[in-house]
Structures are given as structure tokens and as C-alpha cells.
Design a protein around this ligand. Sequence first.
Ligand SMILES: *Cc1c(COP(=O)(O)O)cnc(C)c1O
Length: 431
Amino acid sequence: MTEKDDIMKQETKCIHAGYVPENGESRMIPIIQSTTFKYDTSEDMGKLFDLEAPGYFYTRLQNPTNDMVAAKIAALEGGTAAILTSSGQAANFYAVFNLANAGDHVIASTAIYGGTFNLFNVTMRKMGIDFTFVEPDCSAEELNAAFRPNTKCVFGETIANPALTIFDFDKFAEAAHAHGVPLIVDNTFATPINCRPFEFGTDIVTHSTTKYMDGHDATVGGCIVDSGKFDWMAHAEKFPGLCTPDESYHGITYAEKFGIEGAYITKATAQLMRDFGSIPSPMNSYLLNLGLESLAVRMQRHCENAQKVAEFLESNVKVAWVNYPGLKGNQYYERAKKYMPHGTCGVISFGVKGGRAAAEEFMKHLKLAIIATHVADAHTCVLHPASSTHRQLTDEELTAAGVGPDMIRFSCGIENADDIMDDIASALSFI
Ligand SMILES: *Cc1c(COP(=O)(O)O)cnc(C)c1O
């Protein structure tokens, strides 16, 4: 991120951050669709391998197109460094695994995306990392009691997908820092347009760029951004991976060589991307950048549409309940206003009267809203978890999982709100 990137407003950063063409260069970011890069001498290349000089040698580690887009997201979040990954799952895995290894422990909120929960609770446990899940609205005492000497980070989600719980940044940041560990937050649903977690004590932010950032149902991707504020060396005994020499990388000590602002992302690149290789293709990053250019305008429309749709649903007699943090009666209304004064996201959940059967009937009659296991893009889309993603569960199990048999997850796109509401009204008339 350049100094100029930091001065621009968010809307301007969406267009200009991360890439400034020189005289006669392409206006759009160039797609450097090349696996490798050519050097005149072995010495030149050797310096890159030793991380002695900046530059590119193999796209699995770094690629110029990917770096331009990562720099734009870093500027939007107000961070110092960022890395793109091939999916949001890869971003969350790297973000945690960059700090926690076998024998370590992590605290995570229960209000997180199901895929992340499974990654932590099943797959990363198999790797020997222990997790304690805490309720998002637990007391400070309960949260503090979850820490152990081997705890390496705390993880939460700004707006939980699909529960729409709003994260209590103050409480989680205070507890994490009191125990000398960073707070990692998945900011996918809010995007840096509606929330900048670094302003509320978060140290590392992750994204599934598949959602609003790409915004057009086109590319799967992820991103990790470092605030550059967490002082690894001040807690060197907890983070040997950053604060002692990496024998797999010529004995480099990341926190010394790349400092507080660059150590975390450099380690993720040099170790995790080198070994796991979940890099996005430059072509996909180009498409992600196209999406980012309109992110600020789209987020505003997503939120306006969702507010109208949520209020419309609330006033409809066939609707049993509506969950949207922008509704005054919502449990998280005040907290959403505190951290996201300009709006939250375009996703709403609601239940229709008549339970599972009525919900299934409603789904059959929607015309504009597309049935998809996806949320958060330009097209309005809808999902009835009980008859799709969660169909193996009984009504009782569904309710216990917080996904009642009547629950419909509705993601408002950027169409005209009247058309979205007409579609819903027409489908509701059949139940
Ligand atoms: C979708 C999603 C993910 C996973 O991202 P993929 O790009 O699908 O791998 C992680 N976190 C949140 C909040 C999500 O919505």
C-alpha cells in the first residue's frame, strides 16, 4: 500500500488503490498470466529465493496481478500487507495456521460460517490444534476463562453467515490483547465498505472474496490482511514461527527482517503458500478487481434493498419472523449501529408461517430470486436450508442448529427493490 492509497476515500480506493499506471501503461491492471519470470543471472534469482530482493520468480509464491489486487484490499481495510488465496476457506486456514501448530489452542466464536466451523472443529483438530468455541454474547469472564497458556489467537466473524450475529469487537479485542494474542476477524459479509475491523482492535482480517467483493457470482477467492499493529516480538515466546529463525527459509526470522508491518504476511507467503499452494489464478484476480471497482456503490444498494425487503417482510401476515440487524427490534440493532453506522449487508433470514411445508411451497413460486447455495452478490438469491444444505437433519435437529425448518435465507441483490418485493409477495400468495 502506498501513502496515496491511505489518503483516498473508500470509494476512490475501490477504483484506484493498488495500481498506478506509468506513462503509456495499461489503464486496467495487467493480467500477468505466467507461471514463471525470467532473470539474466542465477545470482539475480538467488536474491529472490533468499528474500533479499523483492521480485517474482514463480506464481505459486507471488504474482504481480495478484499483488495489485491484494494491495487494493489492504488499502480498503487500512492494513499494511495482504495476500490473496484461492478461496475463503484457504484464507481462514492460513490465517490461523500461520500462528497455531500441533499442540496449540485457538478460541473461536460459535457464530461463524459453517465451513469455517468444520475446518476448525474437524480438520484442524486432526492436525493437532485444539479449539474452544465460545458463544458470541458470552460474558467477559467466560471469554477470559477460555484462554490457556498455549492459546495463539481468537477468531470471530463481523456479521455471522447465516446467523447475522454482530460481533462484539470491543469485548473480544480486549480479551485477546490482555492474553497477548491477536484477534482475527472474517469480514466477508460487512466488507471494508461497511466495517473496518482494524479500527476496533482487530489485528488480522480475512475474506471470502467470493461474496460481495467479487460480487458477480464469477470467481471463488479469499484474502488475508494484516493491520501491522500486533507486536509479535513483545510476545516472542508465544510465536516462535515469527520470532525465531525459519530453518526452511535460510534461517530468516520474519519479525526481525520484515518488522511488525510485514512479518505475518511474508511468513504466510514464504511458508504456507510455498507448501500448500492455494494461489488464485491471475485471471481470477483480474475479475475480482473488476468487482472491487464497484464494491462501494453495490454495498450501498445491497443495504438499501435489504432494509426495504426486511421491513416489507416484517409487515406481512404470512411471515412468522424476520432477522435483519437493520430492523429496530433486532437483538443486534444497537451493536450494528455502533460498528456499522452505514449499514450491514444484503442478507436477511426469515420464517414463513406453516413451517417446512409452507417454506417449500414458497420457494417453488419465486421467479426473480434464484435458488442457489450462494449469498452476497448482484443477483438476488435464496435458500431453504431445511430442504437443501441441511436436508439430512430432522426438524428437532434443525432447530437445535439454529436453522429452523421454516427458515429462509434471502440475499438481496442490486435489482430494483420493488421487483424483489413483488417476487416475494407473489410467492407468499401461494401459501
Ligand atoms: C463463503 C464464506 C467462507 C468460505 O469462502 P469460500 O470462498 O466459499 O471458500 C468463509 N467465511 C464466510 C463468512 C463466508 O461467507
